[in-house]
Design a protein. Structure first.
Length: 425
């Protein structure tokens, strides 16, 4: 066994970082208290200021290759924990932790979250309230399942997160029209099923929320609750989120009990989760549990609204330490995502500084001139052109800032289809 570094901070192995615009704040906070060794598929660039060292691998989806590299690293410099917040890599990360005997090393538990059908089976066995669900291979099987469940139904891919490929069907004609969309939507690293690839589910009517939790030795600690804003029906595109640092639902015993039951049903005892519910007239119904921190800057909003650093909580649990969950403020944070109004090739994009309110927290352009982008469903998460965040005392103040900042975004472009208008938006 190698010698531990003279730097006494815990040695944390991080598997990939994700996009800088959405994940840098996590790495920045962790780097203050942990020595970070990064596994990634290209030489680090912006990450270098935050990490102790890096290993570049040909494929950070290959669990066996990463296990081999992690064992070599552990021999040189013992690893205290393994962490990942990338959906495509959380299963491989669990296998690395298992190989090293570290917390979070339960691949079957993580698979139970990644595989949405397996999630439904385990929750149903424990009597957790959730939409009725059936897994199918063909459109005819989907029609039969929908007839039994009752319309409207939701079609969703079995192995993808972030509402990608999810669509609402109000009747059989819509189901037949949209089945291929749910079946064929994929992303790099998605679980692939040759058959039984689509879930047909009861539509849970009501507002949607997500709750990011730190789970330590089976104890579930909710750290932020986000109210989700959806757009582009019949699709479920996530166009915004709002986090209230004084959220009353986080003090609701019924919701806390539901969270605890769901995690127990899935056997999830150590790590971070992102759990989604629909608040129906008959009570909360669980939509899914993801074995990682939430995306879309939700943990960032939670940090700004409560003072709880989600990255530090995640790193602590990965290293077998109890997380510090102590809020020190009660603010409200919100994010809004922007899309092109129609399919276009962007000519110019940016925020007009004279129209951008001083109260805006972040105003970030994601697209570049020359890009061809479309609104959902053609352009989903990767079709976003900008995002805005606001932090204030109330939700109303956040919304007002976002509305004003939204008007400052100027986009010009050439319509891909001649029938669409082009010009400034």
């Amino acid at each position: 066994m190698g010698e531990r570094s003279t730097d006494r901070r815990p040695h944390l192995l991080l598997i990939s970082t994700g996009a800088r615009l959405f994940r840098e704040y996590l790495l920045a906070g962790i780097a203050e208290q942990y020595r970070v060794h990064l596994f990634l598929a290209a030489e680090p660039v912006w990450e270098t200021r935050y990490i102790d060292a890096a290993t570049v691998l040909a494929d950070t989806l290959d669990a066996e290759r990463m296990i081999s590299a992690a064992r070599e690293l552990n021999e040189r410099d013992p690893i205290d924990g393994v962490l990942c917040w990338d959906e495509a890599r959380i299963l491989a990360t669990a296998k690395i932790a298992q190989a090293l005997g570290l917390p979070g090393g339960e691949p079957d538990v993580v698979l139970g979250c990644r595989d949405k059908h397996l999630t439904r089976q385990r929750l149903a066995a424990a009597g957790v309230a959730q939409p009725r669900s059936s897994v199918v291979a063909t459109v005819e099987e989907a029609v039969a399942a929908a007839a039994e469940i009752g319309y409207p139904v939701v079609l969703k891919p079995r192995g993808i997160a972030a509402s990608l490929g999810v669509v609402l069907a109000h009747d059989e004609a819509a189901l037949r029209e949209h089945f291929a969309f749910a079946r064929d939507t994929t992303v790099p690293g998605a679980l692939v099923y040759d058959e039984l690839a689509v879930l047909v589910e009861e539509y849970a009517d009501g507002p949607e929320i997500s709750i990011d939790c730190a789970v330590y030795h089976g104890q579930v600690y909710p750290i932020c609750l986000a109210h989700k804003e959806l757009g582009y029906p019949p699709y479920f595109e996530e166009i915004g989120h709002l986090v209230d640092g004084a959220e009353p639902m986080l003090s609701d015993p019924a919701l806390i009990t539901a969270l605890e039951r769901a995690h127990a049903a899935l056997g999830f005892t150590d790590g971070m989760t992102h759990t989604e519910y629909r608040l129906t007239p008959s009570g909360p119904k669980l939509i899914e549990v993801n074995a990682r921190l939430g995306g879309d800057l939700i943990p960032y909003l939670g940090m700004r609204a409560t003072g709880i650093d989600p990255g530090l909580a995640a790193a602590a649990i990965a290293c077998g330490q109890e997380p510090r969950i102590f809020p020190d403020r009660k603010l409200v944070g919100a994010v809004r995502f922007r899309y092109v109004p129609y399919e276009m090739t962007i000519t110019e994009i940016g925020f007009d500084p004279d129209r951008l309110p001083a109260e805006v927290d972040l105003a970030v352009v994601q697209a570049e001139p020359g890009q061809r982008l479309a609104p959902p469903p053609g352009g989903t998460v990767w079709g976003r052109i900008a995002y805005l965040t606001a932090v204030a005392d109330t939700g109303e103040q956040c919304r007002a800032v976002l509305e004003a900042a939204d008007a400052a975004l100027v986009v010009t472009g050439t319509a891909v289809h001649p029938a669409a208008d082009s010009g400034e938006r």
